[in-house]
Design a binder for this molecule. Structure first.
Ligand code: F6R
Length: 616
């Protein structure tokens, strides 16, 4: 949510900023801007995409070896040129870019207005720029020494909210300041140069050495190098990490869209997720990241899963897996509800936070609440070094690789892979899962990537179905048991990228209300692979058919019964029913993708959305 990039060093900054913004555009894409410093500073910004900004700066002075750039997802104020970042302070001393929300911005704005400050935008960021300037100018009166860093610290001590900030000061043209609370910032360390970004994607082609800023850190970068102190002005020791990310992982590699590339990456992503953890020959499974909490996990009375969006859907699959294989009572909560409703958390409860980005603000806040209440909080994250990964006491990374398409795909299947392995290992340890069942599951899990590859070969057929139903305005997704969360996920995928209204329902609930919606214009996507409720789902299909609904059924290979009833059938290979979500979701992802393409939608950057929701 909002992408930030900064550069200070020996190269021209402009190209690095524009390229970086393009890499970060998936985080927000309603406006973009840059500021370049070359003894003075120049700000260029506009509503629209980074390409619009590039167009705007074509004939402009773009010189400067220091610069900052921003791509925005609007929180305060509409996407307009004025509201785009960077924001200058009223007297032009500071220029800043910001990701996050300043919650007390109204109060701060009123105080600044009383001091004579005027505002050009509706943003909370401009308030912060002016607040920093106010402290700076006031404290330097009468020749007192007060640095830009002092001013940033003074202002941030007044702020309630979340921020990832990069700041330039006109009086110190060779310096750049960065600060973080709640919103991520990574500093890349090159040879006599530094890069700052919201995530590592724009940095990897320059360096693999990075520092993840912690909450309350303020970093100052200049010719003397990097100095790191916190809000209380106490020196901090930078912790340098090596990132393992290839540039090819963040490029489209010949695919039309990131989403399609990421759908096709799922066999690889799942293999990478179980590699080194599962040994298929010896039938051995060990999740090293859970080692220090494994005993508590096997003895737990209760597991609470917290997540948002697609990760919440994989959480529901997790609930079914945990209850079935470990017999530990499991609840799944929307992180945003959990944190605000005074939940009962007992000491020793296990809380599992699931997050692709590892930065989702609600999930992060829910983790902090659970930790305070004495729960053991475990993370399932994709992004190494992310806030959630660092905030949890133990965890398992999903190894999906960077997910850039805004609609989550490979995150879902790799999260389920991790949840399956967790449930299996706990179940085996607490003796609720028999060894022979465990062995069967290992073999089935091993075969999943190959089965997904087989489903992917059907993409032309799925595309044809997508074109047929692409004019629909409403749709229903039905599933039972393990396939109910898949129905939710299928519906979410369709609405977010094609803007067709879609609802996911437990199939049996259809007759309690949604059946009223069904007519000949309504596509009903039914997850109907063979399992213990197969006969029931066949009845549900007949109920839809009797009302002339258009049935698209996802069935097990070789199914003949449903073939006779459904308008369209997509086959998936047979697997254990606990693993069926990993297969059945693939046609739904492809269906949404092709429908969105057919409708001319921007698949990778759907309207109003952004990857990584770092605001509440
Ligand atoms: C949907 C989607 C979102 C995310 C949600 C949580 O396609 O991408 O619903 O799943 O914002 O994000 P993470 O998993 O990063 O916490």
């Amino acid at each position: 949510m909002c992408g930030i990039i900064g550069y200070i060093g020996h190269r021209e900054a402009y190209g690095i900023l524009i390229k970086g913004l393009k890499r970060l555009e998936y985080r927000g894409y309603d406006s973009a801007g840059i500021a370049l410093s070359n003894n003075d500073y120049r700000v260029y910004k506009c509503k629209g995409k980074v390409s619009d900004l590039e167009e705007q700066t074509k004939d402009k002075d773009i010189k400067g070896r220091i610069g900052i750039g921003h791509t925005r997802w609007a929180t305060h104020g509409e996407p307009t040129d004025n509201n785009a970042h960077p924001h200058k302070s009223m007297n032009g001393k500071f220029v800043i870019i910001h990701n996050g929300i300043i919650e007390n911005y109204n109060k701060l704005k009123n105080s600044l207005e009383n001091e004579g400050y005027q505002f050009e935008s509706e943003t909370d960021t401009e308030v912060l720029a002016n607040l920093i300037e106010f402290y700076y100018l006031n404290n330097r009166k009468n020749g007192k020494s007060f640095s830009p860093e002092d001013a940033v610290r003074a202002a941030l001590n007044m702020v309630v909210g979340a921020y990832g900030l990069v700041i330039l000061c006109e009086d110190y043209p060779d310096q750049m300041i960065a600060a973080r609370k709640g919103s991520p910032l990574v500093i890349g360390i090159g040879k006599s140069e530094y890069f700052i970004a919201s995530d590592a994607t724009p940095i990897v082609e320059f360096t693999d050495s990075v520092i993840y800023l912690n909450d309350d850190d303020i970093a100052v970068l200049d010719d003397n190098g990097l100095s790191l102190r916190n809000l209380k002005n106490i020196a901090q020791t930078p912790d340098i990490h090596k990132i393992k990310l290839e540039v090819s992982e963040i490029e489209k590699n010949g695919f039309d869209h990131y989403m399609l590339k990421e759908i096709y990456e799922q066999p690889r992503a799942i293999r990478d997720t179980y590699r080194g953890r599962l040994n298929f020959n010896s039938k051995f499974l060990r999740l090293g990241g859970l080692h220090n909490v494994f005993q508590q996990l096997t003895e737990a009375n209760r597991i609470i899963i917290i997540a948002c969006g697609t990760s919440w859907h994989s959480g529901i699959v997790g609930e079914y897996l945990f209850e079935e294989f470990t017999r530990i009572s499991t609840e799944v909560e929307y992180a945003s509800e959990f944190r605000y409703r005074n939940p009962v958390i007992n000491k020793g409860d296990i809380v599992i936070a699931i997050s692709q980005s590892g930065e989702t603000a609600d999930t992060l806040a829910a983790i902090q609440l659970a930790k305070k209440a004495g729960a053991i909080v475990i993370g399932i994250c994709n992004v190494v070094g992310s806030s959630i990964a660092r905030e949890t006491v133990a965890g398992v990374f999903t190894h999906a690789g960077p997910e850039i398409g805004v609609a989550s795909t490979k995150a879902f299947t790799t999260q389920i892979t991790v949840l399956t392995m967790m449930a299996m290992s706990i179940g085996l340890a607490n003796k609720k899962l028999a060894k022979d069942e465990f062995t069967v599951l290992i073999d089935e899990l091993y075969a999943i990537p190959e089965k997904i590859e087989k489903i992917l070969t059907k993409s032309e057929k799925i595309k044809k179905i997508a074109i047929e139903i692409s004019n629909a305005t409403n749709s229903l997704y039905l599933g039972r048991g393990y396939l109910f969360p898949v129905a939710l996920e299928g519906a979410l995928k369709l609405k977010e990228i094609s803007y067709i209204h879609a609802e996911g329902y437990p199939a049996a609930e259809m007759k309690h209300g949604p059946i009223a919606l069904i007519d000949e214009k309504m596509p009903v996507i039914v997850l109907a692979t063979e399992d213990k409720s197969y006969e029931k789902i066949v009845s549900n299909i007949q109920e839809v058919k009797a009302r002339k609904g258009v049935i698209i059924a996802i069935v097990t290979e070789g199914d003949t019964t449903i073939k006779q009833m459904a308008d369209y059938v997509i086959e998936v290979p047979k697997t254990d029913f606990a693993l069926a979500p990993l297969l059945t979701v693939i046609p739904l992802q492809l269906l949404s993708y092709y429908i969105a393409v057919e409708r001319g939608c921007n698949v990778d950057q759907p309207r109003n959305l952004a990857k990584s929701v770092t605001v509440e």
